[in-house]
Design a protein around this ligand. Structure first.
Ligand code: UDP
Length: 333
């Protein structure tokens, strides 16, 4: 299949492009490089021996999208391109709503013009909001979030669901990611946020590399086994493979369908810190500090729907995630 991958130079997008190429698909990357580097395309070529077509494009630009659809027989879109910093979205909500909603709407409009009917959406476990019990299941009411970033995911899921109702021959797969970490085994692709990282694993990587002094564990007094928050961390390569399975499902079905992509178990912050230390033989300086506002104590996926309907399950261990994260971070630029 020929697949337009928006945000294909980003963290999850680049790993997905590698899997697509290795499975014989033709990914076309559209990325404005606002949070990715151009040499990711070279790195994808080094890994796969194939250079994906790349357009430096803002996906809010309908004319630019039309040029891409006119030049390639696009069968499906995997839509990653979005702003994703939760904290920034609280401070700059208009920036997030404008960008994330406009991008999705523009894409859908151009897809309609060109008769493209398969859409895989990069959603998030944040759509389950603060009030659902975990493990989260897809049929739970998922119409809430705790940040403007998360609300854009809720809203785009709604837009896609309504669009599928109006267009019965359209297919949308909503992939609700849990906490992707890890990196490609080559050490060439990984999570490389601009500035000081907000997410746990990139922060750990910078501390391990000596670029930041120590990790602050946000809260040690939660009602969890060791007092620190629990999350469902999954390897980014497993997540990338999930997109291939989702594409197959998307092409064979109609309507909107949501899937959790997670491992189905929770790991605490301290467990992850300890796993990182023992997987890599590194001492990681940390202190336990106050809670971070907005953090939920614990959540993880019920991953059974993806296993049953997509034939997908996460296969990498926490040790794999920690080892590959460090293999990338120690060489990071
Ligand atoms: N966390 C932490 N210190 C950090 C960054 C994150 O203790 O410097 C914790 C955070 O409180 C949460 C977990 O690590 O419990 C995962 O946070 P992240 O931001 O990576 O993902 P989230 O689940 O919040 O989207």
């Amino acid at each position: 299949m020929t697949i337009l991958v928006t945000g294909g130079a980003g963290y999850i997008g680049s790993h997905t492009v590698v899997e697509l190429l290795q499975a014989g698909h033709t990914p076309i990357i559209a990325d404005d490089l606002s949070n990715a580097r151009a040499d990711v395309i070279d790195r994808i070529e080094t890994i796969t021996g194939q250079r994906p077509v790349f357009y430096q494009t803002d996906c809010k630009d309908a004319a630019a999208l039309r040029r891409i659809f006119s030049s390639h027989p696009i069968d499906a879109v995997i839509h990653f391109a979005a702003f994703k910093a939760v904290g920034e979205s609280v401070k700059l909500p208009l920036k997030y709503y404008r960008n994330n909603l406009d991008t999705a709407l523009t894409l859908l409009e151009v897809m309609e013009e060109f008769g493209c009917k398969n859409f895989v959406f990069s959603s998030s476990a944040t759509v389950y909001g603060p009030n659902n019990p975990y493990p989260y299941r897809e049929e739970m009411k998922a119409i809430e979030s705790s940040s403007p970033y998360g609300w854009t995911k809720v809203m785009i899921e709604r837009i896609l669901t309504d669009y599928c109702t109006a267009k019965p021959d359209f297919s949308a797969v909503l992939l609700r990611y849990f906490n992707p970490i890890g990196a490609h085994e080559s050490g060439l692709l990984g999570d490389e946020p601009n500035g000081i990282p907000n997410n746990l694993m990139p922060y750990i990587g910078r501390v391990a590399a000596g670029q930041l002094e120590k990790l602050t564990v946000f809260g040690g007094d939660y009602d969890t086994p060791d007092g620190t928050c629990q999350r469902d961390y999954l390897h980014v390569v497993d997540l990338a493979v999930g997109h291939l399975k989702a594409l197959q499902y998307c092409a064979a079905h109609k309507g909107a369908e949501a899937f959790n992509l997670g491992t189905g178990s929770g790991v605490s912050v301290l467990e992850l810190v300890n796993a990182f230390q023992s997987a890599n033989g590194i001492d990681l300086p940390y202190t336990v500090g106050p809670r971070r506002e907005g953090d939920l104590p614990a959540f993880w996926a019920d991953a059974s729907k993806a296993k049953t309907l997509l034939g997908w399950e996460a296969v990498h261990t926490v040790e794999d995630m920690c080892r590959s994260s460090w293999n990338f971070a120690k060489n990071a630029r």
